[in-house]
Design a protein around this ligand. Structure first.
Ligand code: ATP
Ligand code: MG
Length: 630
């Protein structure tokens, strides 16, 4: 049974209903899942605590809703298609039945090592099917997983192990990423000098050797030996923790966001089917890493709950060549493709040549997530990848929201470049001014809040409920504060303007960083840009732009003037950057987000207070930017 919406009027009608009678609405959606015991009450909540409970006293196991519920009808359908880093290494496909068997065997192996309900398990693994198997096996036995991106340093890993007091780590010997072979287990060993766990289970991926600590370290294949392929799922309460996931750290020290079982299950499947308009049999590919929330909700849980075929890719967009994504789309006849603006812009810089020769005609829907997508990248994606035929779903959401909050429904909601458009059913947005007054009507701009609970929302930050309260529920009374700025235009469409902390106030005019970057990126020689404010004697704040450019046939000075003119034309002279620095790269988190807080420090000249940089992809870029500071 699917709860897919099919028309714009259907969506608008359902939206209205979901606001007028949220409990009835979500009860209807939740009724299509298998509950061992149905809930007593749909929702109990207050945002002061905060204390939010969905499907109160309901009992279930999320994996029963992926497997037992679907096996009879779709057991032989591919669940996971795996595309390895090297194009000539064989692809692996696991049907729902095969995946179920692997999940049960690994669940039994975990139990045999004494891991059970409520224990925290860190998953620090490459993008291989075993990473998904590990997540599902944890869910099967009621252990709480915390996936850490397998590119993080030993210090970042140790911080997370300590923060959630993990009992075990699931990892691999090594990892292939592009032309690199990366040591993984070695990083775990280093992390364990600063923290401790009882058990480490190591998947053989690269075959490189690693020292094994007797009694602590075990090989994956060995723990599986003799394990039965039957496993009785643990009965979980709807509000039992499903996982902890640390945020990207774009704005500060990562937060251990906690998601619980029932609500997360209901919302990820519902949003997956509706946003992407997934039809049975479609091949769906999300290029995120499972270390991010996108990987959790829209590679693993959402698609598998919907009985979809989800593609997992181990490699990087540019290896062995910048046409790799398109090669994979052709090879697996991908129908739905979901990626991040950072990847789109990076590929755009190679021009259209790498796309030529690949058959992209299987594509029906394109998606974007992670940052505002600027108009130029949107058009490039639409024209050259979608060939003008594929709706783009620009999906706004956060680790804390668990699922997509604002997005077009593919092919249903008319799109507008750079707009995330409209909220999903059940999502009650509110735009407030600095004092917390709700701005009603259209053509308004302010801070984005959510004024009513939704099933997949954050419940707490692990081990520190006060931090959750302070960060999200204290800025404005009775609202969840997203930290993002937003504009609702005259059509009622939403456009995310970037983080509120990044909003720049020039002589009393408020501007979103995304807006100014969008204008800069319209210049044909600009590849990517990042804008921040800095103290300015006259204007209060000045605009400092860091820009990556193609410098052929241009000098720095004429390029800078041209960029200023471009911004003047698109937004107006008020938005003209005061300083433009041409840079070789931008500081990004491992998930590809620009760390503007570091750029702000550079612009301010506060070079000795950079804050937490543990999730930075390439620290050398920061040094180069400091050297060229204006
Ligand atoms: P931290 O909270 O640790 O600073 P983070 O906010 O980068 O890290 P995520 O939860 O991965 O961690 O990212 C959510 C943020 O990403 C949103 O708050 C928003 O700023 C941005 N974002 C995500 N998708 C979109 C989108 N489609 N349009 C605009 N912004 C987006
Ligand atoms: Mg955030």
């Amino acid at each position: 049974m699917s709860d897919r919406l099919h028309t714009l009027s259907g969506y608008l009608y359902e939206y209205q209903k979901s606001v007028a009678q949220p409990e009835e609405f979500w009860a209807r959606i939740a009724d299509s899942f298998h509950w061992r015991k149905r809930w007593n009450k749909v929702l109990k909540w207050n945002f002061e605590g905060p204390d939010v409970k969905w499907f109160v006293d309901g009992k279930l196991n999320i994996t029963e809703n992926i497997f037992e519920k679907n096996l009879y009808t779709i057991g032989d359908r591919p669940a996971i298609i795996w595309e390895p880093n090297e194009p000539d290494e064989p692809t692996r496909t696991l049907t729902y039945r095969q995946l179920f068997r692997e999940v049960c065997r690994f669940a039994n192996a975990l139990k045999a090592k004494g891991i059970g309900k409520g224990d925290r398990v860190i998953i620090y693994m490459p993008m291989v099917p075993e990473a998904a198997i590990a997540m599902l096996a944890c869910a099967r036995i009621g252990a709480i997983h915390s996936v850490v991106f397998a590119g993080f340093s030993s210090t970042s890993l140790a911080d997370r192990i300590n923060d959630c007091q993990a009992k075990a780590i699931l990892t691999s010997d090594g990892n292939y990423r592009g032309n690199k072979k990366i040591t993984v287990k070695g990083v775990v060993d280093e992390a364990l000098e600063k923290s401790s766990v009882e058990t480490v289970i190591v998947y053989r991926r690269t075959g490189q050797g690693t020292a094994m600590v007797p009694g602590r370290d075990f090989w994956w294949d060995e723990v599986l030996e003799g394990q039965s392929d039957e496993n009785a799922a643990e009965e979980m309460d709807s509000e039992d923790m499903l996982f902890i996931l640390y945020t990207s750290g774009s704005t500060g020290k990562p937060k251990g966001v906690v998601h619980t079982t029932g609500g997360y299950m209901v919302y990820t499947k519902y949003s997956f089917e509706n946003v992407f308009q997934y039809s049975p049999g479609d091949v769906y590919w999300c290029t995120a890493d499972i270390g991010w929330i996108t990987g959790h909700s829209y590679i693993v849980y959402g698609p598998l709950l919907a009985g979809a075929t989800t593609l997992m890719f181990e490699g990087v967009p540019t290896y062995p060549h910048p046409g790799r994504f398109w090669e994979v789309v052709e090879k697996h006849k991908v129908n739905v493709f979901y990626t991040a603006p950072t990847a789109i812009r990076a590929l755009q810089a190679f021009g259209t040549e790498p796309i030529e020769g690949y058959d992209l005609s299987s594509l029906k829907v394109l998606g974007s997530v992670g940052e505002p997508i600027n108009e130029e990248a949107w058009h490039w994606y639409h024209t050259h990848i979608g060939k003008g035929n594929c709706p783009i779903v620009d999906t706004w959401w956060q680790t804390e929201t668990g699922g997509i909050m604002v997005s077009p429904l593919a092919g249903i909601t008319p799109t507008k470049p750079a707009y995330a458009t409209l909220p999903l059913p059940g999502i009650q947005l509110s735009i407030v001014d600095a004092e917390g007054n709700e701005l009603t009507g259209n053509a308004v701009e302010g801070n984005l809040c959510i004024k009513f609970p939704w099933p997949s929302m954050i419940r707490t930050t692990y081990g520190d409920h006060e931090r959750c309260k302070q960060t999200y529920f204290s800025t404005y009374k009775n609202m969840y504060f997203t930290g993002d700025g937003v504009k609702r235009d005259h059509d009622g469409y939403y456009r995310i303007l970037g983080r509120v902390d990044d909003v720049i106030n020039v002589s009393g005019h408020r501007m979103g960083t995304a807006e100014v970057e969008n204008a800069i990126n319209e210049h044909p020689k600009v590849i990517e840009s990042a804008v921040v404010g800095y103290p300015h004697e006259v204007k209060g704040q000045g605009i400092y732009a860091y820009v990556i450019c193609d410098m052929t046939n241009r000098t720095e000075d004429n390029l800078i003037n041209e960029i200023k003119d471009t911004v003047s034309k698109i937004i107006g002279p008020i938005a003209k950057p005061d300083k433009i620095q041409i840079v070789p790269g931008l500081p990004k988190t491992r998930s590809g987000k620009i760390m503007r807080r570091i750029l702000r420090k550079v612009a301010e000249g506060a070079l000795d207070s950079m804050g937490d940089t543990s999730t930075l992809l390439d620290p050398e870029v920061v040094e180069k930017i400091i050297e060229g500071r204006k």
